[in-house]
Design a protein around this ligand. Structure first.
Ligand code: ASP
Ligand code: MG
Length: 407
């Protein structure tokens, strides 16, 4: 049985006329006797609306109740699409996570899918139904609804495609028609990428690209499922294929594939801490225990037994982090604490960095030419990230885009 999984994002199902248009596209696909499993996001803005309702009642919401509320956005859009299909005489049914046993970990608000039972899906496909599945959710051991973190419908699509051994997994979008070299809304010379490796896409998603959820890319890599990111309504456009690096045609390979930016980080510097064994562990242990994810860490060379330490955390956690450090001041003995929320994390990502040298120098020179000061640097096998002032973000993207001939 050849099955295609299609996932429609929030902007694709943003209103009734778009939902009807998708239904009619699906009807044309059915003419070719395709077996279709459709995963949908909530209508654009709906999840945020539900979040606002939650936040207006509770600052630290109960996870089970949170998930019960926030999962409803996808229930609405999936059933609207099912009804739109029925109206044009296509058999369609919504199968929720309780019906197809999308089992997840127990952690509410950021659960991960562990398994999907495909029996029911196959039963309806055989009866020539279009099967529609609300994305972003599953159930845990207690059979309570769980959600998969923002952008989690991508993960639903990949997990379902894997479980059902789908021939294709397509992620359809209305705001972009593929993965771009950089955010096209910030830099209009951004270009669509034809092929990108799982590793590069994973770095881009973790470093600020919002097109695909990073957990979804990770799972696609693990299961080796090719992802086709493309336009919902411009059907002739091919979009981008996210796939195994080895299979990408050589002429499509670049040293640097993309540039990402992340404005959601903040930087904290601890000045004048004693440079003794165990100090880093004393600083980061309580921060980690509070569930705060620390990203870049830079420690200066110590002079006269004292040093400075700078690190980044998500902006939403910066005040909590400062509070923890202040509470521990007597144990840590530092002289000053400085937070900076006006930063941008600019990264270049490319599998070519594994082979070519001098990429970092080119990045630093391009930033220097644009008179942009770098305050932190971190590298991995296929990425280089720099922290710069937020106001220089656009300029940095432009300079780097030119330097690496991405336009
Ligand atoms: N509706 C959820 C969100 O806005 C999940 C998704 O769209 O993938 O994050
Ligand atoms: Mg999304």
């Amino acid at each position: 049985m050849k099955i295609i999984v299609q996932k429609y994002g929030g902007t694709s199902v943003a209103n009734i006329s778009k939902i009807k248009k998708i239904a009619s596209n699906i009807k044309s696909l059915k003419k070719d006797k395709l077996n279709l499993v459709i995963v949908v996001s909530a209508m654009a803005g709906e999840t945020d609306k539900l979040l606002n309702l939650i936040n207006s009642i509770s600052k630290i919401p109960n996870g089970k109740e949170y998930d019960n509320i926030i999962s409803t956005g996808e229930r609405v859009s999936s059933s609207l699409l099912a009804m739109a299909l029925m109206e044009i005489n296509i058999n369609a049914i919504t199968l929720g996570p309780e019906k197809i046993n999308i089992l997840t970990t127990n952690t509410h608000m950021k659960a991960t899918i562990q398994s999907v039972d495909t029996k029911e899906i196959k039963k309806f496909l055989k009866k020539d139904y279009v099967v529609i599945i609300p994305g972003f959710q599953g159930i845990n051991n207690n059979r309570d609804v769980t959600t998969l973190g923002r952008g989690g419908s991508d993960l639903s699509a990949v997990a379902i495609a894997g479980a059902i051994n789908a021939e294709k997994c397509e992620l359809l979008k209305d705001d972009v028609d593929g993965i771009y070299t950089t955010d096209p809304s910030l830099y209009k010379r951004a270009k669509k990428i034809n092929y990108i490796s799982y590793q590069e896409m994973l770095e881009m998603s973790s470093l600020g690209s919002k097109v695909l959820q990073s957990k979804a890319v990770e799972l696609a890599n693990k299961l080796d499922i090719k992802l086709n990111v493309r336009s919902t309504f411009n059907l002739e456009k091919k979009g981008t294929i996210v796939m195994n690096e080895k299979e990408i045609p050589t002429k499509e390979k670049k040293i640097v594939s993309g540039i990402t930016h992340d404005l959601k980080q903040a930087k904290i510097s601890i000045i004048g801490i004693k440079d003794t064994p165990g100090i880093a562990s004393k600083i980061f242990k309580p921060i980690g225990e509070a569930g705060i994810v620390v990203d870049m860490i830079v420690q200066n060379i110590s002079t006269q037994g004292e040093t400075d330490l700078t690190f980044t955390v998500p902006k939403e956690d910066v005040n909590k982090t400062v509070k923890i450090l202040k509470e521990n001041k007597s144990k840590l003995t530092y002289s000053d604490l400085i937070k900076d929320e006006k930063i941008a994390l600019i990264s270049i990502v490319g599998a070519g960095m594994k082979i070519y040298t001098g990429v970092a120098t080119r990045m630093f020179t391009a930033l220097a030419k644009a008179k942009i000061n770098i305050t932190m640097i971190s590298t991995s096998e296929i990425k280089i990230s720099c922290v710069i002032n937020k106001s220089a973000c656009k300029k940095a993207i432009k300079g780097l885009h030119r330097e690496f001939n991405l336009g």
